[in-house]
Ligand binder design. Structure first.
Ligand SMILES: Cc1cc2nc3c(=O)[nH]c(=O)nc-3n(C[C@H](O)[C@H](O)[C@H](O)COP(=O)(O)OP(=O)(O)OC[C@H]3O[C@@H](n4cnc5c(N)ncnc54)[C@H](O)[C@@H]3O)c2cc1C
Ligand SMILES: C[S@@+](CC[C@H](N)C(=O)[O-])C[C@H]1O[C@@H](n2cnc3c(N)ncnc32)[C@H](O)[C@@H]1O
Length: 721
């Protein structure tokens, strides 16, 4: 929280950095992030406070920024009482203008933690904190700033560590951070606040009597620098967005009583009140959106074409039981995400979990990069960043249960043989996400000796997913039940949905007999990949692209000369060690080294027989791109192991995520293409947000692109019939 009134005694900043003017640096393109330049001010009492180089104002009060944050934003949005009174599974949403050092967020998180410890009924309630930041503070500066708070307020230390450990790379777009143990979600939208708020999807133009509604912000933290040094956070367009995103009873608080703030709030539906400011400050402002909560329209619903999401009213029925059809990575992540939000989930598969494309021995988590100015709407990059965080969280859970790791973070070296990005564009990325290493470093990491490695893309946080370990961990969730069921019919009624199918019955001797079975639920999510359209013809029929992975057990001599980490070329290869559980779905022994090569592409083919010629293709692709491995690989591939699966792809390459047209209870998450392990976690978050009426971590434009009802797909399908 800025405090321009504090005398500037001394500063370690450059002479220009605390002038009340914007940085003289050439403005970056709006979708490329300019990190904050931090300077320090010391007051008479020796307190140090960070100062924004862009705006020349302090981020928070030297004297006691934490107490001020609690006074202005927490107390004057009445958060202690409102949060304590949340109903079971209810989500409370806060939006902040200006994330800065994260101090307001930390204070809110700490309050939420305390309330949850004291009030068992909050076990399934959720806090969603959405914040915006145009000039994010680099991690090194943030670490320095927050370490001061860890000393001054030791009760924040643990939260600070967690925030820093999850702080995103400074690239544009929404970064979702889930602090799962505390049921708190932090969405950091990097970019201009006006654009970020405009990206938040809410929909209110359909009235089909749905039991669920659009999302709203419950409380606003208006924490821009003083309007005198930064007008952008107090602009008309910001107040207009606040009005769009608020409902009767939504509150706002700010330290500023400037006329522009008072007028802006009043002109956009808020009643304002001046109250006593913090400490020696005479006044601050609180506001509430006028009107009564009861006067809100009852049945706001969804525009099917554009993936309109709808949110629960405090008194609305929140769905409690969902059936997920298909236990591949899409279904498993959907089940886990809903279960993690307190829902009961029954997941079914006609064969078994991971029976489809998801059951490969390992999946590579490494993005196809895009130039950085596209990254904020590049689903694959967004999915890569989010899924990496989730898989690392799963790793912690797996370690506690002495299970194999879900993500083996090996790093990946891309030889840039088949890519749409060069080293100049890679250099635009933060190194922690993507970088080019020296040829010598590449040589040492990979073990390759002859290949020209000058141009490369190194992804330090990428690695190999162990699908079997992921499945085992997810199915242990207490809210998830798995059963084998081949679904044949889905019936939607006003108050429920009924899923019917055939269940295998009898013992081993009676393998083929089936008995009918039925499950009733509030919602169903179809995650049946290329078979999804058979369950509901509102889902388009997708392209089927067969692929076969190959692997073999290398000798000790071969291991010494094979690549030491995953490599991407026109295919990909990776060494790995068989883990406990692998043998359940693939021919792999625990503890045995393996070398994997992927993968063939056969369009319009949905068969999964093993083909010797496709092993040969995987072999040829590797040797064509990296000829030095010809002396290492066995030239006879006939003894190789292999697994074939079907990639499901839409004509525009985007997955299908959302509710089906004219339906209230039938959803889909499918068409994951060749990147299901990167896409499923973020898509499952989006789907859960839509089902529960929360703000999604993707822009409204992107949600429209993912809608299963998007006109483009359906027009194309009609044209082919
Ligand atoms: C060779 C190959 C290599 C790949 N490599 C990678 C990689 O390295 N990284 C990566 O991220 N992605 C990779 N992919 C892509 C990835 O595997 C897919 O995107 C992902 O598995 C799709 O997951 P899914 O859950 O949608 O489909 P699936 O895993 O196919 O799951 C669909 C499930 O639905 C079930 N089902 C269907 N109909 C019914 C019904 N009527 N009733 C009940 N159940 C039903 C099926 O039995 C199946 O288990 C690869 C794919 C292939 C083929
Ligand atoms: C007073 S500081 C916020 C302090 C912060 N809430 C905290 O807890 O540390 C104001 C923040 O707004 C950011 N900001 C300024 N203009 C912005 C804009 N147009 N869009 C988004 N953020 C902006 C600044 O970079 C700065 O971090």
């Amino acid at each position: 929280m800025p405090n321009s009134a504090i005398p500037k005694v001394s500063s370690t900043a450059s002479p220009t950095s605390h002038k009340h003017t914007k940085s003289s640096k050439k403005p970056a393109a709006p979708d490329v992030i300019t990190p904050a330049k931090i300077a320090w001010q010391t007051d008479d009492a020796g307190n140090q406070a960070p100062v924004s180089g862009e705006f020349g104002d302090v981020y928070f009060s030297h004297a006691d920024g934490l107490a001020e944050s609690r006074h202005v934003f927490l107390a004057h949005n009445n958060l202690p009482e409102r949060l304590a009174n949340l109903a079971d599974k209810q989500c409370f949403t806060i939006a902040e203008l200006g994330f800065g050092t994260g101090l307001n967020f930390l204070a809110t998180w700490q309050l939420w933690r305390e309330l949850r410890e004291q009030q068992p009924h909050l076990a399934n309630a959720r806090l969603h904190f959405i914040t915006t930041e145009k000039y994010p503070i680099p991690l090194a500066d943030l670490t320095q700033i927050l370490s001061l708070w860890a000393q001054r307020a030791p009760d924040l230390a643990e939260l600070i560590d967690e925030l820093l450990a999850n702080y995103p790379p400074l690239i544009a777009g929404c970064h979702r951070l889930n602090f799962i143990a505390d049921n708190i979600t932090l969405d950091i939208w990097l970019g201009d606040a006006g654009a970020s708020l405009a990206s938040l999807a809410t929909f209110d133009n359909l009235n089909n009597g749905s039991a669920i509604k659009r999302p709203y912000i419950d409380a606003w933290f208006l924490d821009g620098f003083a309007p005198s040094c930064n007008e952008s956070l107090w602009a008309e367009s910001i107040f207009a967005q606040m009005q769009r995103l608020s409902r009767a009873g939504t509150t706002a608080a700010t330290y500023s009583c400037a006329g522009i703030v008072k007028r802006g709030l009043q002109a956009h539906g808020f009643s304002i009140k001046k109250v006593k400011g913090f400490g020696r400050k005479r006044e601050m402002l609180t506001a509430v959106m006028a009107g009564s909560a009861d006067s809100l329209p009852d049945s706001l619903a969804q525009n099917d074409d554009n993936n309109i999401c709808v949110s629960p009213h405090p008194h609305d029925h929140i769905p409690s039981h969902t059936v997920v059809i298909g236990a591949g990575v899409a279904g498993l992540l959907t089940a886990w995400t809903l279960a993690n939000r307190g829902m009961t989930v029954t997941i079914v598969d006609k064969v078994a979990p991971l029976a489809g494309a998801s059951g490969n021995p390992r999946a590579l988590l490494a993005p196809n990069m895009t130039p950085i100015h596209h990254v904020y709407e590049h689903l694959h990059s967004i999915g890569y960043l989010y899924s990496g965080k989730l898989y690392r969280y799963f790793n912690q859970q797996a370690a506690l249960q002495q299970m194999p790791l879900i993500l083996e973070q090996t790093g990946t070296l891309d030889l840039l043989i088949k890519t749409n990005i060069g080293t100049a564009q890679i250099a635009d990325y933060p190194d922690e996400m993507a970088t080019t290493i020296t040829a010598e470093e590449a040589r040492q990491l990979s073990g390759l000796n002859i290949q020209d490695l000058t141009d490369n893309l190194y992804l330090p946080k990428s690695g190999l997913i162990n699908p079997q370990a992921l499945k085992t961990l997810i199915l242990k969730h207490p809210n998830i039940t798995y059963q084998q069921l081949s679904v044949t019919n889905i019936q939607e009624k006003a108050d429920k949905v009924t899923v019917t199918g055939d269940k295998k019955s009898g013992g081993a001797s009676d393998n083929n007999s089936q008995t009918p079975a039925t499950i009733c639920a509030d919602n169903v999510v179809i995650c049946a990949a290329y078979e999804s359209h058979q369950l509901d013809n509102r889902i388009v029929k997708c392209r089927t692209i067969r692929g076969q992975l190959s692997w073999f057990t290398p000798t000790t001599e071969q291991i010494a000369r094979l690549p030491k980490l995953p490599l991407k070329y026109s295919g990909y290869c990776a060494p790995f060690i068989g883990q406990h559980g692998d043998a359940e779905i693939n021919y792999i022994n625990e503890g045995q080294p393996q070398f994997l090569l992927g993968a063939s592409f056969v369009d319009a083919d949905a068969s999964i027989d093993i083909r010797e010629e496709e092993n040969q293709q995987n072999y040829d692709k590797l040797l064509e791109d990296i000829p030095e491995l010809s002396s290492v690989l066995p030239d006879d591939t006939s003894a190789w192991q292999a697994r074939a699966g079907v990639r499901t792809q839409t004509i525009d390459y985007h997955p299908l995520v959302g509710r089906l047209a004219q339906s209230r209870r039938i959803w889909t998450l499918s068409a994951m293409g060749a990147k299901g392990y990167a896409l499923a976690p973020i898509c499952a978050e989006v789907l859960a947000d839509m089902m529960l009426g929360c703000f999604a971590p993707l822009s409204a434009v992107m949600l429209a692109r993912l809608s299963p009802n998007r006109a483009r797909l359906h027009k194309a399908q009609k044209a082919t019939i």
